[in-house]
Design a binder for this molecule. Structure first.
Ligand SMILES: *Cc1c(COP(=O)(O)O)cnc(C)c1O
Length: 386
């Protein structure tokens, strides 16, 4: 059996082979297996050295200082640490109140911590994006309240690929002393992510979205007195007291290696991938009732979200056996309800249900795209006849 063509790179990417090889060298006795916190022998020193090298690689991808990188188990944990850690610090000096703004189309890893904070007495505004999936500075400004202390808005949306002008959003927060967190899990490796240019205070990354391993990520925490993140995992005081736990050397080396590759290949990857995405759209755009969701002009190269007008999405997904794709994000595809992201940009339940996300990546070939077009066209022709 021929394996289906993988067009779900936004859900996860395979580990780059050169990165996987380096990871394997951190596991066995022959390799760098030691605890990087062991200070009394050479095994530990070597582990610490490669962990710090990886930290520098991740810092370099986003133009941060190495001391600003806190290792986590992924972007979910980084988002939780940012939101809960900042809220806890706020609560320490304010006995009540506290207002947080997020966008309504954040990943669940931001929306759910925000809802949890609401249950702890904070107030949360969920900003609605435009039909392009983008949050405007004017919209953000209108939502400010006297006690707004934190804004969390993503750089790239995982279902639409839409890109927020985060610098512009940060600029309206700065004069009011409101901290800005950005979930950049879908941006790293796809577009430039530069914390200095963006001006953000906190930023989340996930290795498995840019050809690193699953189960590792990082939170950028700007070095400044006003950015104080209270630890959410206690036990030993690793990571400058912000995140305890023995560092997973092989995972960190994987993330560091992937970050370096992403930095080196960014322009080449993104150009090639955008060309493949445009070819895919060109190949299906003239099918009946097919429309593109989100903003074609302000979108990362690898994501194409399409509504197939009068066709049942579930049926379509099941019929497209030779393509590995998803309706909306992987995290929500367990539930049959239409995507909250697509509904937030104004799609009807039917249109949201009839939408599919194609995501293209580093290992996608022209042949695979041509195959996907043929397959889509023949399956849709059959479904339209039925
Ligand atoms: C994948 C993803 C996450 C979750 O990252 P994990 O490392 O899998 O926890 C968070 N936010 C966005 C935008 C994502 O795409």
């Amino acid at each position: 059996m021929r394996k289906p063509v993988y067009l779900d790179y936004a859900a996860t990417t395979p580990v780059a082979p050169e990165v996987a090889a380096r990871m394997a060298q951190c596991l066995t006795f022959d390799g760098t297996f030691a605890n990087s916190a062991s200070r009394s022998h050479v095994y530990g020193w070597q582990a610490e050295e490669i962990v710090e090298e990886a930290r520098a690689q991740v810092a370099s991808l986003i133009d941060a200082d190495t001391r600003e990188i806190v290792w986590t188990s992924g972007a979910t944990e980084a988002n939780n640490l940012a939101l809960k850690g900042i809220a806890e610090t706020y609560r320490a000096t304010h006995t009540q109140g506290g207002h947080i703004i997020v966008s309504a189309i954040e990943h669940k890893a931001v929306l759910d911590p925000a809802t949890w904070l609401e249950s702890q007495g904070f107030r949360v505004t969920r900003l609605q994006p435009g039909s392009d999936g983008i949050i405007t500075a004017a919209g953000l400004e209108a939502a400010f309240q006297d006690d707004t202390f934190l804004v969390s808005i993503m750089l790239v949306n995982n279902e639409l690929g839409s890109i927020n002008d985060v610098k512009c959003l940060v600029d309206v927060c700065k004069p009011r002393g409101i901290l800005f967190h950005c979930d950049a899990a879908q941006a790293a490796g796809k577009i430039e992510v530069n914390v200095k240019k963006l001006g953000v205070d906190l930023l989340s990354l996930s290795a498995h979205k840019f050809y690193g391993p699953k189960g590792v990520g990082a939170l950028y925490v700007r070095r400044a007195g006003e950015v104080k993140v209270a630890a959410q995992i206690h036990g030993g005081g690793h990571e400058r007291m912000m995140r305890s736990g023995t560092l997973a050397t092989h995972q960190l080396i994987g993330m560091g290696g992937a970050a370096e590759l992403a930095r080196e290949q960014l322009s080449e990857d993104s150009l090639r991938i955008a060309t493949l995405r445009d070819r895919l759209w060109e190949g299906i755009a003239n099918l009946p009732n097919v429309t593109r969701n989100g903003s074609p002009s302000c979108c990362v190269g690898g994501i194409l979200n399409v509504a197939f007008g009068n066709i049942d999405g579930e049926m379509l997904l099941l019929s497209l056996r030779d393509l590995a794709i998803s309706s909306g994000s992987a995290c929500n595809s367990a539930s049959m309800s239409p995507s909250y992201v697509l509904k937030a940009i104004g799609l009807s339940d039917e249109h949201a249900q009839a939408s599919l996300r194609f995501s293209i990546g580093r290992y996608t070939t022209v042949d695979e795209i041509e195959f996907a077009i043929e397959h889509l066209r023949s399956v849709i022709a059959k479904l339209n006849k039925a």
